[in-house]
Design a protein around this ligand. Structure first.
Ligand SMILES: NC(=O)c1ccc[n+]([C@@H]2O[C@H](COP(=O)([O-])OP(=O)(O)OC[C@H]3O[C@@H](n4cnc5c(N)ncnc54)[C@H](OP(=O)(O)O)[C@@H]3O)[C@@H](O)[C@H]2O)c1
Length: 244
C-alpha cells in the first residue's frame, strides 16, 4: 500500500530537477501523475519510469494551455487531487544591469503561471471539498539578497498569493502549502543569463553541500500525505551548511 494510492497529481516543471524527482516520489507512493513542461523529449524519458501517467507539453505562461493541462489531467487520470506548482526560472543578476526580459520571464513563469494553474484547478477541488496545492517557492521568498531582486520579487509574490489563497479556501478542505528550498543541485543556475552572476553563483554553490532534488520531493510527499485535518502550511529547507 502506497501513501497516495488512488490519488492523482499534476506536476509542472517535471522535465528536470525538483519536478522530475517529485513526479517519481509521488508515483512511488501510488499516485497517478501528469507530468508537464515544455521539453517533451525529457518528459518522454521520465514517463518511461512511471506506471500511471500522462505527459503534457505545457508552457505555464500560456493561460489557455494551463487550463488545458488541468482539464486533460482530470479527464485522462480521472481527477486532480494534488497540484504541484513547481515550474520556475531563476534569472539572477543586478537590478541596474538587468535585461528586463529576464524579469518578464520570471514573473510570467514563477508568478502568473502558478496563478493560472491554481485558478484552473481550484473549482473542482472546492466542489469535492479536498485537494492539495503545493507551491514551490524559495528561501528567496523570505530573504532578499543583492543580485536577486527580480527573483526575490517573484518568490515574494508566490508567498503572498499562497497565504491569501490559504485563508480563502482552507475551511473548504483545500490545503495550500509552500515549500521553500535553499540551494538544490539542479540545472536551475545554468539558465542565468547574466554571465558574471552565473559563474559567481555556481562557484558559491560548489563550496557547499547542496540539497538534492529528492530531498525536496520527500518533503512534498510528506506535505500531501498528511491526514485531511492536518495542513502543513510551510516548509523551509536549507542545506545544513547554508547560513542565509
Ligand atoms: N534549485 C534550487 O536551488 C532552488 C531553490 C529554491 C527554489 N527552487 C525552485 O524550484 C523550482 C524547480 O527548480 P529546479 O531547481 O528543479 O530547476 P530546473 O531543473 O531548472 O527545473 C525547472 C523546471 O521548470 C520548467 N519550466 C521553466 N519555464 C517553464 C515554463 N514557461 N513553462 C513550463 N515549465 C517551465 C522547466 O521545464 P522546461 O524548460 O522543459 O519547460 C523545468 O522542468 C523552481 O520554481 C525554482 O525557483 C529551486
Amino acid at each position: 500500500m502506497g501513501l497516495l494510492d488512488g490519488r492523482t497529481a499534476l506536476v509542472t516543471g517535471a522535465s528536470s530537477g525538483i519536478g522530475a524527482a517529485t513526479a517519481l516520489a509521488l508515483a512511488a507512493e501510488g499516485a497517478a501523475v501528469a507530468i508537464a513542461a515544455r521539453r517533451t523529449d525529457r518528459l518522454d524519458v521520465l514517463q518511461g519510469r512511471l506506471d500511471k501517467s500522462i505527459a503534457i507539453e505545457l508552457d505555464v505562461t500560456d493561460e489557455a494551455a494551463c487550463r488545458n493541462a488541468v482539464a486533460r489531467t482530470q479527464g485522462e487520470l480521472g481527477g486532480l487531487d494534488i497540484l504541484v506548482n513547481n515550474a520556475g526560472v531563476m534569472l539572477l543578476g543586478p537590478i541596474l544591469d538587468a535585461d528586463t526580459e529576464d524579469w518578464r520571464r520570471m514573473l510570467n513563469t514563477n508568478v502568473l503561471g502558478l496563478m493560472y494553474m491554481t485558478h484552473a484547478a481550484l473549482p473542482r477541488m472546492l466542489d469535492e471539498g479536498r485537494g492539495d496545492i503545493v507551491n514551490v517557492s524559495s528561501v528567496a521568498g523570505r530573504i532578499a539578497r543583492l543580485g536577486s531582486g527580480g527573483y526575490n520579487a517573484s518568490k515574494w509574490a508566490v508567498n503572498a498569493f499562497s497565504e491569501s489563497l490559504r485563508q480563502e479556501v482552507t475551511a473548504r478542505g483545500v490545503r495550500i502549502s509552500l515549500v521553500e528550498p535553499g540551494a538544490v543541485a539542479t540545472e536551475l543556475t545554468d539558465h542565468i543569463t547574466h554571465e558574471g552572476t552565473r559563474s559567481l553563483v555556481k562557484s558559491t554553490i560548489a563550496q557547499t553541500t547542496p540539497l538534492q532534488a529528492e530531498d525536496i520531493a520527500r518533503a512534498i510527499v510528506y506535505v500531501v500525505s498528511q491526514p485531511p485535518y492536518v495542513a502543513i502550511n510551510e516548509v523551509l529547507i536549507r542545506p545544513t551548511d547554508q547560513e542565509r
